[in-house]
Design a protein around this ligand. Sequence first.
Ligand code: ADP
Ligand code: ZN
Length: 436
Amino acid sequence: MSKPDGIYWDKRSEVMSRDELEALQVRRLKETIGQATKSEFYSKLFQEHGINPDSINDISDIRKLPFTTKDDLRKEFPYGMLCVPKEETVRLHTSSGTTGQATVIFHTRKDLDQWAELIARCMYMVGVRKEDVFQNMTGYGLFTGGLGFHYGAEKLGALTIPAGAGNSKRQIQLMQQFGTTVLHIIPSYALRLMNILSDQGIDPRKDLDLRIAFLGAEPYTEEIRQRVENYYGIDAFNSYGLSEMNGPGVAFECPEKKGLHIWEDCYVVEIVNPDTLEPVEIGEVGELVMTTLTREAMPLIRYRTKDLTRFLPGECSCGRVHRRIDWIQGRSDDMIIIKGVNIFPMQVEQVLMGMPEVGNNYVIILEKENEIDQIRVQVEVHESIFQEDMRYLNRLREKIVRELKSEILVTPRVDLVESRSLPQSDGKAVRLIDRR
Ligand code: ADP
Ligand code: ZN
């Protein structure tokens, strides 16, 4: 069990030289290749590519290894990638299936322990301590956000409230009754909860003890972080993960809030051009590719996450050796092509959430009109604004169209709708509806 040392949960793993880190990665990568070979899938794949642990002498040798894709996981469902006898596994998680058939990841007891360590490391990094009361407001069950954070917080020693998703009134009650100081919450839900707090006349800055929130599990923008921080009077940190790499705990912001440290003692991290699969330059956006370094039940080699981001240059002043990635722009499959122009939903969000008149929800609809693709954006506006006269609303609508156009380069249709009229979900927000 690691002992916290000052600002670090596990200083030995967080602070070391680049050379030491790479030596550790090489050693663990060799072990991982050995372990992966115990599955049917990798034993065949490695044989085809002539790969064995001795293929790796330097961390850049990872490029000799083949990629693994989500399709591979689907094809091998359920046991084709399992590397331990089934009786050694103690839990499974499936992805939420946002983009198709679910995939499964198995864990041994050691895998779960390691995962909890990473979460504890993330939480400790931004100042959570055993004196804190942690309310975990994401779904428990197959979704990794619930149990993932839960065991990490317990490992750290914080009083953990397994609140789960939804049931806002109960969430608020729990915060009041137990003096919750730290939240784990999906950003779209954090926005929605603002409406309910306001209805109840609760001002979180005065009436609650909140000081920190972890916001993650779906793409969002700095503008939303700002809204959440200002409304709740807290520090909010971006938390990134995916079930294939355990779940949360993969990459996390430190107190500097300048990108997310991605834990390179547990993962080899690459960013590649999604077309050529060659590494991109530092600072250039590409697809995040990850290899597990400590997993027993189901190691994954060069897994293509489809998430788009970039390495941030330079070292972080917090002293951690692990490189930082920028906020995730979205998944490569989220890219919308309208009239030959590439658009990411996050560009729309950035514009909308930067405008004070705009409320806390929006949705992007793709539709066809006379065989031409159109983009329609439905935007909730604050109640007080909705009461204004037609002329004011028209001017606001035109302003939103203009600002969106200058960001996404095509002219969207914009509908202003009343606060809370757009569909909501307790889990990840559905921001894009394709009606074409
Ligand atoms: P599914 O892929 O079915 O949604 P997961 O729960 O494993 O299942 O979701 C992981 C995905 O969620 C990531 O690959 C990424 O696209 C998105 N995600 C998670 N955390 C963040 C974050 N902080 N910022 C942006 N996207 C995120
Ligand atoms: Zn840092």
